[in-house]
Ligand binder design. Sequence first.
Ligand SMILES: NC(=O)c1ccc[n+]([C@@H]2O[C@H](COP(=O)([O-])OP(=O)(O)OC[C@H]3O[C@@H](n4cnc5c(N)ncnc54)[C@H](OP(=O)(O)O)[C@@H]3O)[C@@H](O)[C@H]2O)c1
Length: 340
Amino acid sequence: MAEQPLPATAREWHLKARPDGWPAPTDAALVEAPVRAPRPGEVVVRNRFLSVDPYMRGRMNDVKSYVPPFRLDQPMDGGAVGEVVASAAEGIAVGDTVLHSQGWREYATVAAGHTAKVDADRAPLSAYLGVLGMPGLTAYAGLLQVGALQPGETVFVSGAAGAVGSLVGQIARLKGAARVVGSAGSAAKVAKLVDEYGFDAAFNYKDGPVAEQLAQAAPDGIDVYFDNVGGEHLEAAIGALKVHGRAVLCGAIAQYNETGRPVGPRNLALAIGKRLRLEGMLVNDHDALRPQFTAEVAGWLADGSLRYEETVVNGIEHTMDAFIDLLRGGNTGKMVVALD
Ligand SMILES: NC(=O)c1ccc[n+]([C@@H]2O[C@H](COP(=O)([O-])OP(=O)(O)OC[C@H]3O[C@@H](n4cnc5c(N)ncnc54)[C@H](OP(=O)(O)O)[C@@H]3O)[C@@H](O)[C@H]2O)c1
């Protein structure tokens, strides 16, 4: 494929202010910036889909974490997939499609070693940001490796209609869980979990205390809790976990925008008598599982036993709105931004 002329400039999102509590649209700005031609070993990617993810909220704070904070007045980054439009790297040609981590922008000049080729014929490009990408691996590794799910067990997952959660529930079922319970934040999401994703029971956590609703949905208790939410959900799950139960601590989205002291769990001492294992996880630790994950998930997608959904927002100018909407629960499945 012939090299295309690069535009002199393109748009990218800069962090302008560090949010205190909920982010505001004005905390970031879309600015025009030069597109740099590739140096040896680099490629230029025209991004087609940008990922917005909950962990980006933490990167807007100026605190040390497992990923460095975004810098003020600099482009934010994150997952993206797109098409190579210029290449000065061996092994990557113009026209190849790649996954990389310079999202939040239209064009990215990236070291080839920081890209991974993806096959646009095997799956839609956006799937590499979701079901076949980071959230998919998080669900797979978290449930099977960290949660050590065994056939016949009962699983509870919060954030169950989101990118990670919707896959956790379905993978649990595919791996022989006896009962799968999910919680989500709207009646429509709850209905979808049961009607389309094969959950045995689901509830809206906004309808009443989580502990009470969980006791109804899983009257005999749970073996594995996949935690995307923290706080009240985690406390309820600790109460419901059986002896030798496991909690996979994947996310705590209920507190990402909280400015006060986090709520609970106040019943952690129950972990002693029940010999619970509560284990934090980071998807980056599970790279070795990627080939197995890709093969198994691709198989489930091909035979129709795994479903996935995306909430697609069109236009780079709406990326910050899409990110804020994600934190508010405006998405079902993976939230992505499509660029023309
Ligand atoms: N540890 C890791 O390596 C890793 C990797 C990926 C993701 N994560 C974590 O996994 C979780 C899910 O990520 P995702 O990418 O799949 O996002 P997601 O679930 O697709 O989107 C976030 C969802 O969180 C829910 N939410 C927002 N505020 C909430 C609250 N106060 N209480 C309960 N639910 C709330 C919303 O759904 P409702 O409408 O249901 O409220 C929203 O749709 C996040 O906590 C994320 O940080 C961790």
